[in-house]
Design a protein around this ligand. Structure first.
Ligand SMILES: C[S@@+](CC[C@H](N)C(=O)[O-])C[C@H]1O[C@@H](n2cnc3c(N)ncnc32)[C@H](O)[C@@H]1O
Length: 278
């Protein structure tokens, strides 16, 4: 088998954050197998790359990966296992015909991505398969850029965790690390607000929603958010932040105000909104 599977990070949303290498690999892959989180919505990773690379002449297969908790070392939900197997078979089918396959994945494949589960599943079926990884810009880097706050400096320690951990586990992490990046916050925001408030970290927490897209928003008063945020939301808790707060984007076309966000969510602190592509 001469063909290669490329597991490619697409960055978090802004197509300009797709790396040159990612674009090159995608352009040269005749087959794209793209993950989607819902049966009814198109793949986000695919929609990012389609803004940069023509896919009309490629075979494009979208595979639904159910969003269920996966615990390291434990067998996943059967639906999840079935999705990994299905994707692996699609990939192998094309590799066996000598066609390179690209599997685009949001952000970086090394961070909470389906890419490595697919890799493991394929290796279990055909260990000699050729697989290459192309890193991408992680969502947390894009969120950090939105709010003008570093993730770590000097001797600071960072934890990157799903916010779906138990309160007890999260509390330990929040107490122990200097910066905590909370991912997958969308279903547990109320619980997080309570927890962060109980250890006096609410004023150190910023939620960034859909970084790098036209809907990008940053919220400093996360306790004021009145609706579940989008799945593409991340909270950065930085204990040593020096008061830097979400910046209004200064773009050549000028900044747009956030009136629509204020009226929709009753917020006065949602200050960053993407106005146009740089
Ligand atoms: C399955 S993880 C994927 C992480 C991705 N591999 C990375 O490198 O960032 C999905 C989580 O990433 C975060 N995320 C992804 N895209 C984002 C975006 N555009 N803005 C803010 N957070 C985002 C959210 O916390 C979301 O729940």
């Amino acid at each position: 088998m001469n063909a290669t599977l490329y597991i490619v990070g697409t960055g978090p949303g802004d197509p300009q954050l797709l790396t040159l290498k990612a674009a090159h690999v995608i352009r040269n892959s005749p087959v794209i197998v793209a993950p989607r989180g819902s049966r009814n919505c198109p793949s986000t990773a695919l929609s990012i790359i389609e803004q940069i690379v023509q896919t009309g002449d490629k075979t494009v297969i979208q595979v639904h990966f159910p969003m269920k908790k996966i615990k390291t070392g434990r067998e996943p939900d059967p639906e999840v296992r079935a999705a990994w197997n299905f994707a692996a078979k699609q990939v192998l089918h094309h590799l066996e015909r000598g066609l390179d396959v690209c599997f685009p994945t949001l952000g970086d494949p090394a961070i909470y991505s389906t890419g490595y589960y697919l890799y493991d599943t394929i290796c279990a079926i055909k260990p000699e398969v050729s697989v290459r990884f192309v890193p991408g810009i992680p969502a947390m880097s894009s969120c950090s850029a939105v709010i003008g706050e570093p993730i770590c400096l000097g001797d600071e320690m960072v934890a990157v965790v799903p916010a779906t951990f138990s309160d007890e586990r999260l509390r330990d992490i929040l107490l122990h690390f200097d910066t905590i990046v909370l991912m997958k916050v969308h279903r547990v925001l109320d619980r997080l607000v309570e927890l962060l408030g109980s250890i006096d970290l609410l004023d150190r927490s910023v939620l960034v929603e859909r970084a790098g897209t036209d809907e990008e928003m940053a919220y400093t008063s996360i306790e004021s958010i009145k609706r579940p945020p989008h799945y593409y939301s991340t909270i950065i808790v930085r204990k040593n932040g020096n008061g830097r707060r979400p910046m209004v984007h200064k773009r050549s076309t000028g900044s747009r105000s956030n009136h629509s966000a204020e009226s929709a969510f009753g917020l006065t602190t949602a200050v960053a909104r993407r106005s146009s592509r740089i």
